[in-house]
Design a protein around this ligand. Structure first.
Ligand SMILES: Nc1ncnc2c1ncn2[C@@H]1O[C@H](COP(=O)(O)OP(=O)(O)OP(=O)(O)O)[C@@H](O)[C@H]1O
Ligand SMILES: [Mg+2]
Length: 245
């Protein structure tokens, strides 16, 4: 199962969710590959893998074998690192035929070796995102629980629909994750009601502990196992294991 974690809006917790989810799935005995498809390379930085000679760009555009570039993080958990070179991807493939299939072709080779492939997406709506959505079976959409973020979903849903109609008929939205959720505010609760029709996979509240864990390159459940957000991440992991049900 290939799952894109996507939203063109920045700072909605895509990377942090991908990171935490990957450990939870791997600990369930699921062989999990994480792909950093954001030129910012944040996920790669969190995994302490920013110093690698080869990354996703070497595989996509320099014929580096994928198998040599994927690194083992721990049992069942693997990373295809990313980096700033990936920001050249769009200009370099823009005129190529089948330019929307680059990711799909790349992943095809290793797909059967993993139970889950999680792709962390960039905060943009360009060819990189089209490639990611074209390669994916499912999309998880993290969104901040505020009105403008909710309105911004239209654009993403439109892109997903277009990819579905044009390239990838089987693409499905696994669910929405409401981030920055604050149950004390009417605003958060109202926005949650608005997105309710889209299959809400879970909510994530804010805590500096999540950032502290990231700083320590650890998923929250290992950094502070009793923290209330751990259960929120576990709940989302359960949703993924049940394919959104
Ligand atoms: N539950 C949380 N509580 C508090 N801070 C969080 C939480 N989750 C993520 N953050 C912080 O919020 C910021 C944005 O998160 P993150 O980088 O995961 O978002 P993103 O959607 O991947 O951003 P971008 O679009 O730039 O890639 C980061 O500083 C991260 O540490
Ligand atoms: Mg990110």
């Amino acid at each position: 199962m290939i799952i894109a974690i996507s939203n063109q809006k920045g700072g909605v917790n895509k990377t942090t969710l991908t990171f935490n989810l990957s450990y939870l799935l791997a600990e369930q005995g699921k062989r999990t590959l994480v792909i950093d498809a954001d030129p910012q390379g944040s996920l790669t930085t969190i995994f302490n893998a920013a110093d690698r000679e080869n990354n996703i760009y070497s595989v996509l555009l320099e014929q580096e074998p994928l198998q040599n570039t994927i690194m083992e993080i721990e049992e069942n958990l693997y990373l295809l690192p990313g980096g700033i070179e990936l920001s050249n991807f769009e200009v370099n493939v823009a005129t190529k035929q089948g330019r929307e299939n680059c990711f799909k072709d790349m992943i095809r080779e290793v797909k059967d070796e993993y139970d889950y492939v999680l792709i962390d997406s960039p905060p943009s709506l360009g060819l990189l995102l089209i490639n990611i959505l074209n390669a994916a079976d499912r999309v998880i959409i993290p969104t901040q629980t505020d009105y403008l973020s909710y309105k911004g979903l239209d654009l993403l849903l439109h892109t997903i629909k277009r990819v579905k109609e044009t390239f990838n008929r089987d693409l499905k939205i696994l669910g929405v994750v409401a981030t920055g959720f604050d149950s004390r505010t009417l605003h958060s609760r109202e926005i949650l009601e608005l997105i309710d029709g889209m299959n809400v996979l879970g909510i994530i509240t804010n805590s500096v502990k999540v950032k502290d864990a990231i700083l320590a390159s650890a998923p929250l459940h290992r950094y502070d196992k009793k923290h209330k957000i751990v259960e929120q991440y576990r709940n989302i992991a359960r949703g993924v294991l049940n394919d959104g049900k």
